[in-house]
Design a protein. Structure first.
Length: 154
């Protein structure tokens, strides 16, 4: 299947080749590695860095240390990703081309590269990870109780 380039909506049928998609993928895969905050070895890929959080930190293959990106990076990610989802949907409806929904994964890719290059990795200990996970479970439980109470009252 050919991928329609979102920038070429004015020319119906204009497509980018699979080779251009492969070249873009190689550029992301071969992006420079980020240094571990524990041992300073370049062992965190941009994707691994982007996905790391306080509850699910990235593990350095060299030293086994745990690291995560600041919560501000994830807070901004939620705003950017929500905006890009609705923006892609709006563009798809506006131009009546569902291929425009491909803008959303493209925004995910670009934003992951922005977060991985902007926000530094911070070291975290196993005890702090356990505490963050316990806190997250508590928050989910409280939200479930509140939701159940609202549903029972309605």
């Amino acid at each position: 299947m050919w991928f329609t380039n979102a920038a070429l909506f004015a020319r119906p049928g204009a497509c980018i080749s699979p080779f251009e998609v492969i070249e873009a993928t190689h550029a992301v895969v071969n992006a420079p590695m980020h240094a571990c905050p524990h041992c300073s070895e370049p062992s965190f890929s941009p994707l691994r860095k982007f996905r790391s959080s306080g509850t699910f930190p990235g593990r350095c293959p060299a030293c086994g240390g745990l690291a995560f990106v600041s919560g501000w990076g994830h807070a901004l990610s939620s705003v950017v990703l929500e905006t890009s989802f609705w923006g892609a949907l709006f563009v798809a409806l506006l131009f009546r081309r569902w291929v425009a929904l491909a803008l959303f994964p493209l925004a995910l890719l670009v934003w992951s590269l922005v977060v991985s290059s902007t926000f530094p990795l911070r070291p975290i200990e196993r005890e702090a990870v356990s505490a963050a996970r316990f806190s997250a479970v508590g928050h989910v439980f409280i939200a479930a109780v509140v939701l159940a109470a609202v549903l029972l009252l309605v």
